[in-house]
Design a protein around this ligand. Structure first.
Ligand code: SME
Length: 160
C-alpha cells in the first residue's frame, strides 16, 4: 500500500482504532523485518492519536530493552517487575494506570508523563515484549484503548 495513513479525527476513538488497525496490518504484511514493522506501527499510533510517548520494550534475558518508539528519549533497560512495564511483563497482563504517581515503583522516564497503559505482547504463552503508551494528561486511557491496543498486541506477536 501507499505509505500514507488515512486519519479521520471526526470519528470516535473506537472508530479511529478500527480504521487504524487494518492499515497497520497492510503496512506490515509481507515485511519480515521486526524493527521495520514495530517502527511503522509506533509511528502510526503516534500520528493517529498524538500520544505523548508510544513504544515497545522487548524482553531480552531478564530485562526489557527499549525498541522502536515515538516521543521523548526514554529509559533503555527495565528489570522484570520494575515500573509499570516490568510489572505488566511479570504479571502478563495489561496495566492501566490513571495516575503514575500512585503506582508503586513507577519509572519516570519523563516528569511530564501522567498516565500510562502497558500491554504485554504474548507469543506461545510467554511475554516477548510490552507496548507502552504514556500521556501527559491524567486518566487519559480507558477500556477502548485497552481493547484495541490488546488487539494490536496480538498482531505484534507475529513480529517476534
Ligand atoms: N514509565 C514506564 C517506563 C517507560 S517510559 O514511561 C517510556 C514504567 O514505569 O515502566
Amino acid at each position: 500500500m501507499a505509505e500514507d495513513l488515512l486519519i479521520d479525527r471526526s470519528l470516535s476513538k473506537a472508530q479511529q482504532y478500527q480504521a487504524l488497525l487494518p492499515q497497520i496490518e497492510a503496512l506490515t504484511t509481507g515485511e519480515p523485518d521486526q524493527v521495520a514493522n514495530l517502527a511503522n506501527a509506533m509511528a502510526a499510533l503516534k500520528e493517529t492519536f498524538g500520544f505523548f510517548w508510544v513504544g515497545v520494550y522487548a524482553v531480552k534475558g531478564d530485562e526489557l530493552v527499549l525498541g522502536p518508539f515515538q516521543g521523548p528519549v526514554a529509559c533503555t533497560r527495565i528489570r522484570r517487575g520494575k515500573g509499570v512495564c516490568g510489572a505488566a511483563w511479570a504479571e502478563a497482563r495489561t496495566l492501566l494506570v490513571p495516575d503514575v504517581e500512585q503506582f508503586p515503583g513507577h519509572i519516570a522516564c519523563s516528569s511530564l508523563s501522567k498516565s500510562e497503559i502497558v500491554v504485554p505482547v504474548l507469543k506461545d504463552g510467554a511475554v516477548v515484549a510490552v507496548l507502552d503508551v504514556d500521556s501527559d494528561q491524567l486518566d487519559d486511557f480507558d477500556d477502548t484503548d485497552q481493547q484495541y491496543l490488546e488487539e494490536l498486541g496480538r498482531r505484534m506477536a507475529a513480529w517476534f
